[in-house]
Design a protein around this ligand. Structure first.
Ligand SMILES: *Cc1c(COP(=O)(O)O)cnc(C)c1O
Length: 219
């Protein structure tokens, strides 16, 4: 199956209103171009340098999403091309993004990455810390960021029950935060190649699919 065929299979399986971020990390620009030519406009990358390099070689109407752990010393470069930083996992990072966005004279949409999965290695806020931070209203002073929603991952397991449980948990956190932040907080980014149909059932508004569309990654 070709990239356009796989891309369209995913798109056809998504209900109206659910968008697709094509996760293109480690894949060559020619593959992104194929997806672009088939109509895809949202691409997600894990590394800033790779995102910046690819963005220079592709049309400017692409919406680039950052989904990997972001180091503060990479924020400036990220802000120069990114549309949405989905992997905001600390208050320090949020403040850094705000500072660099201000410097660049722009506003950056951010999702808060929340940790619900069983693995300890996965980054993200824990639920209590995040709710406490949002309740502090400190984020309201960050004039160059817009909090747009939540990003998360399910436990890496074959158990559909555990995966569904994680996604439903993310949805509850999302709804709790939306009630505090406001209606512009409306993005729930969850679901990857192996589990995105379950994520959609649990209310995802954005799914992040890579290997199903582009094939296995060569690291
Ligand atoms: C790599 C990655 C994906 C996509 O994973 P696939 O299994 O290739 O679909 C989604 N989200 C994040 C945060 C990732 O790092």
């Amino acid at each position: 199956m070709s990239i356009p065929v796989r891309l369209n299979k995913v798109l056809q399986s998504l209900p109206q209103g659910v968008r697709l971020a094509a996760v293109s990390k480690y894949h060559p620009v020619e593959m992104l171009r194929e997806a672009y030519d088939a109509g895809q406009r949202i691409f997600a990358e894990n590394h800033v340098q790779e995102m910046v390099a690819k963005s220079a070689l592709l049309p400017s109407d692409i919406e680039w999403h950052m989904i990997g752990h972001l180091q503060t010393n990479k924020v400036r470069a990220a802000v120069s091309v990114v549309s949405v930083i989905e992997s905001v996992d600390s208050r320090r990072l949020l403040e850094f993004i705000n500072k660099e966005a201000q410097r660049a004279g722009r506003t950056v949409d951010c999702l808060l990455e929340v940790h619900v999965a069983a693995e300890q290695t996965k980054t993200g806020w824990n639920e209590q810390d995040l709710i406490q931070y949002i309740d502090s209203d400190e984020w309201r002073n960050l004039e160059n960021i817009r909090l747009r929603g939540v990003m998360g991952m399910a436990t890496n397991t074959d158990s559909e029950d555990i995966i569904r449980n994680d996604f439903c948990h993310l949805q509850r956190i999302f709804q709790t935060l939306q009630a505090k932040v406001g209606p512009e907080f409306r993005e729930l980014s969850m679901g990857m190649s192996d589990d995105y149909p379950i994520a959609v059932e649990c209310g995802a508004t954005l799914v992040r699919v890579g290997s199903y569309i582009f094939g296995p990654r060569v690291y």
